[in-house]
Design a protein around this ligand. Structure first.
Ligand SMILES: O=C(O)c1cccc(O)c1O
Length: 559
């Protein structure tokens, strides 16, 4: 195969059908520059854990409450290191090998970290699904990546993932293994039975893809994001420094552990990088999180804006002692200035705003920024080598202070999605800048302010919904002629989704409730089911006759 000159292509692996996957990566001269600058330290995740376990074997690395009957479990760095080795050996014995994809859908438990480090050591790629994903998303991840294994909790939050796995298995020809954590594995294998005597495994190359992260997305199907050890470890190190993590830090993992924010900003992996302790929080509600903050001496955590507001409200009069909490990171969606102002007085901790994306670029307000900057901006990038352009619709640079499209390139921002050459041609510029789809401006002090977005997406309290994906599911209904999904304001979530639907002439009258049920039954994650469905006779159009989502959004906005 001839490697395309831009973006350059990493070593291709093969799909089950024999066609090569494309894994775009940085041009060789740029990679050399990032190495020379010290951003890429040549450290793999496997070596990182080995190193930390050697330096402080008896320090606690991760705590959860997922032992028998909900009991507390604490794993030291030595425990985690050994368990990752043992699990890697057992997975290798089942034929899972370097380059294989493994869909990981686990709740916030210690097993999540054991498994991802085992996969990192094997060189197998975790594909980071969320617990909320259902048959539609998981089947897609399995078939698109040719995953050989899928790892689930048995029953989580009342949902039986084993039943889901049965559906997925029937649709995914390459899938050979389903592993189940916590209790009865049903027809599958318990992950607890997998570990074996450690076997020597070749050290991975730090420049290779370590895992596939999910894009928030704005297209019909989610895009997969190939992150390397080198680039991700750099984002962890930068994040840990900016958030001042050290061995005394205790990070509460309250958002779903596989999401890029709680994974890396600075998240559980950044905390392990810094030698701190990760406390896995099963649910982010104050009644679950507050006792953990008190009992575990949590110093730092990260939340999406609606949860930050819920915590702020619940902190007044709480019987729990939250005084250990030094820093609350808020990101995933725009935090209003008003909400931002309430955080320190209510929770007694510093606020750090974080604006990030699984594709790479992460911006933070700094702990020594003046209070107004912390409240009114989304911070500045991690790296001096993060390049930012703010451009108009024709890719022309705008003067400083003007609002425009954010383009970015840098040492931990991907050069392309995994195996998506056509989409990449649109999502990246010729010279490798990623088109984020966000509308931003720069303050005179060099801080980014997020003003909106140009991509066709709903940000439902930090959960990103690609309009097109939901529209496709609505269109599958026999009585739907056309559908458009847009964001509408929501006082709690910031945005919720509203579907405008034109009924097919002569078709049976289907109501909103039936349509929502239809979409849910197609196996779409619950957060993507439209919050509201409005039946219309026609859509507003633009001058050239295209459907105007802008006008639809205006219909939803309060007058
Ligand atoms: O994807 C995000 O929204 C996000 C938010 C904060 C920090 C991150 O790393 C993110 O990926």
């Amino acid at each position: 195969m001839t490697a395309p000159s831009r973006p350059s292509s990493g070593t291709p692996s093969s799909t089950p059908a024999g066609t090569p996957y494309t894994t775009p990566t940085w041009p060789a001269d740029v990679a050399a520059r990032y190495r020379a600058a010290g951003w890429w330290e040549g450290l793999t995740f496997g070596a990182m854990l080995r190193d930390r376990a050697a330096a402080h074997p008896d320090r606690v690395a991760v705590v959860d409450h997922a032992g028998p009957g909900g009991t507390r479990r604490a794993l030291t760095y030595a425990d985690l290191d050994l368990r990752a080795d043992r699990l890697a050996a057992g997975l290798a014995a089942r034929g899972i090998t370097a380059g294989d994809r493994v869909v990981v859908q686990l709740p916030n438990t210690a097993e999540f970290l054991e498994l991802v480090f085992a996969l990192f050591r094997l060189g197998a790629l975790p594909v980071f699904a969320l617990p909320a994903h259902r048959a539609s998303e998981i089947s897609y991840f399995c078939s698109f990546t040719g995953a050989v294994a899928y790892v689930i909790p048995g029953v989580h939050e009342g949902f039986d993932h084993r039943t889901l796995a049965t559906t997925v298995l029937a649709r995914s020809p390459a899938l050979r293994h389903v592993f189940v954590t916590g209790g009865d594995p049903g027809p599958f294998e318990s992950l607890a039975d997998v570990p074996a005597v450690p076997v020597p495994l070749p050290e991975r190359d730090p420049s290779e893809t370590a895992f596939l992260q999910l894009s928030g997305g704005s297209t019909g199907v989610p895009k997969l994001i190939p992150r390397t050890h080198d680039d991700y470890v750099y984002s962890l190190r930068g994040s840990a420094e900016i958030c001042r993590l050290d061995e005394h830090s205790v990070y509460l993992c309250a958002l779903p552990a596989a999401h890029n924010f709680p994974l890396s900003s600075p998240g559980s992996l950044g905390t392990l990088y810094a030698g701190g302790r990760v406390v896995m929080c099963p649910r982010p509600a104050p009644d679950v999180a507050f006792p953990l903050i008190q009992d575990e001496g949590v110093t730092i955590t990260g939340l999406v804006p609606p949860l930050a507001l819920a915590w702020t409200a619940a902190a007044t009069g709480t019987p729990y002692d939250l005084s250990s909490l030094d820093v609350l990171l808020v990101g995933g969606a725009r935090l209003s200035d008003e909400a931002a102002r309430r955080i320190r007085p209510a929770l007694g901790c510093a606020l750090q705003q974080v604006f990030g994306m699984a594709e790479g670029l992460v911006c933070y307000t700094r702990l020594d920024d003046d209070p107004e900057t912390v409240v009114t901006t989304q911070g500045r990038p991690i790296s001096p080598d993060d390049e930012i352009r703010i451009v108009d619709d024709e890719d022309r640079d705008l003067p400083t202070g003007a609002t425009g499209h954010l383009l970015t390139r840098g040492p931990y921002t991907i050069r392309g999605y995994w195996n998506a050459p056509e989409h990449n041609a649109r999502a990246f510029t010729e010279d490798g800048f990623y088109r984020t789809g966000d509308l931003v401006r720069l303050t005179p002090g060099g801080h980014l302010v997020v003003e909106g977005r140009a991509k066709d997406q709903i940000n439902r309290g930090g959960e990103k919904i690609a309009a097109e994906e939901v529209e496709n599911h609505l269109l599958a209904h026999p009585s739907v002629h056309d559908a458009n999904v847009v964001a509408e304001p929501d006082p709690y979530l910031g945005e919720r989704s509203c579907a405008y639907v034109i009924r097919r002439q002569g078709a049976e009258e289907t109501g909103a409730a039936a349509l929502k049920r239809f979409v849910r039954e197609r196996g779409l994650a619950a957060y993507k089911v439209p919050d509201r469905i409005v039946f219309v006779d026609a859509f507003p159009t633009t001058g050239v006759g295209k459907i105007s989502k802008k006008d639809l959004r205006a219909e939803s906005a309060p007058a």
